[in-house]
Design a protein around this ligand. Structure first.
Ligand code: FE2
Length: 336
């Protein structure tokens, strides 16, 4: 009890951050507070503030792109780079020598190379893309923040073990707040290697969505699904259909397609054949949803976020080593 009193200020403070775990924070998970509307209030406020921030960052982004992202929750651009630049980018990423880390989720493995300024020093094509002003405007608008998303080169490997199915292959939402993720596919994505699945329009705060959030908020803390208990609600197909356009869209796309999605919308990693994989540049931005200003875009802050992540990874390595295990994102010798 005394411990709980000591932790109360921390739990209270987390209410005005992106903290999402119903399991870890008894206030976020409180059935009584959520019956009074705590979760729904956080969802609604986060959305209102995100729309405000996006409105501030719309300059230089085509009107159709802005409308598409707000109405449908995703933006797709095929043939994103000139063919010659695209081929050079694929070669550069495939041969890159940066630190690669791996994480297992169910029977899938993700390999990621953090595209930190240090790694980008020897990747001129990738660096040029991530610094391209039009690309940056698009990223910043969809993220509702001036700070660029944290970017990786990523390979998702499907069905590599006998473990239960990859949990990200079930329809779900990432969190209670609008979150931007992007993929620039560096090879074709088909039903073989797992197309991204998204329910168009499920990013919107409809009456059905709010009612579902309200109902979920009262059962999430005790929910049998641990991802739901941690605030990333799994969604049944019939619920998904009520929140957006059915059936969910599968993004079977050629390489050189840029896909940006608001993963507050209902989505999944599509089914794939065991042994298949796909390579992409991948990035995400999730910032404090309760600050009504879109942050600062200084390059020094962009560099800092990579240093912070690298530091966290090293700390995770040390903690895991002390327990005689590997960190969930552990270093591997192989490349991507
Ligand atoms: Fe997700």
């Amino acid at each position: 009890m005394f411990k709980q009193v000591l932790r109360l200020p921390l739990w209270l403070g987390e209410l005005v951050t992106g903290s999402k775990s119903f399991e870890a924070n008894p206030l976020i998970g409180s059935r009584r507070l959520n019956r009074c509307g705590l979760h729904v209030a956080r969802v609604t406020l986060a959305h209102g503030i995100m729309r405000l921030r996006m409105a501030m960052l719309g300059w230089g982004v085509a009107r159709e792109d802005r409308r598409q992202f707000i109405r449908q929750g995703f933006l797709m651009k095929t043939n994103f780079l000139p063919e010659e630049d695209y081929q050079a980018l694929v070669k550069e990423v495939s041969e890159a020598k940066g630190e690669v880390r791996q994480c297992c989720q169910g029977d899938a493995q993700m390999r990621r190379m953090l595209l930190s300024p240090h790694t980008l020093a020897s990747m001129p094509r990738t660096r040029a893309l991530l610094r391209d002003p039009a690309f940056r405007r698009l990223m910043r608008y969809c993220a509702g923040h001036l700070r660029m998303p944290i970017c990786h080169a990523e390979r998702v490997m499907n069905g590599v073990s006998d473990a239960p199915e990859d949990p990200q292959k079930r329809l779900h939402v990432d969190t209670f707040q609008p979150t931007m993720k992007f993929w620039l596919y560096l090879e074709e994505v088909s039903e073989v290697n797992g197309p991204f699945v998204y329910v168009p329009g499920s990013n919107r705060l409809s009456r059905q969505r709010l009612a579902w959030e309200y109902a979920m908020s009262q059962q999430a803390r005790q929910h049998a699904d641990r991802y739901t208990a941690r605030g990333s609600f799994r969604v049944e197909p019939e619920q998904a259909a009520a929140m957006g356009e059915a059936p969910p869209r599968q993004f079977k796309v050629p390489g050189n397609t840029l896909l940006i999605a608001n993963t507050f919308g209902v989505h999944a990693r599509g089914k794939a054949e065991p042994g298949s994989s796909r390579l992409a540049l991948w990035g995400m931005s999730r910032t404090n949803p309760f600050i009504p200003l879109p942050g600062l875009g200084f390059e020094s802050l962009n560099r800092l976020q990579y240093r912070v992540l690298e530091h966290q990874r090293r700390q995770d390595d040390k903690r895991a080593a002390a327990r005689g295990v590997k960190a969930s994102w552990h270093r591997i010798e192989e490349g991507l």
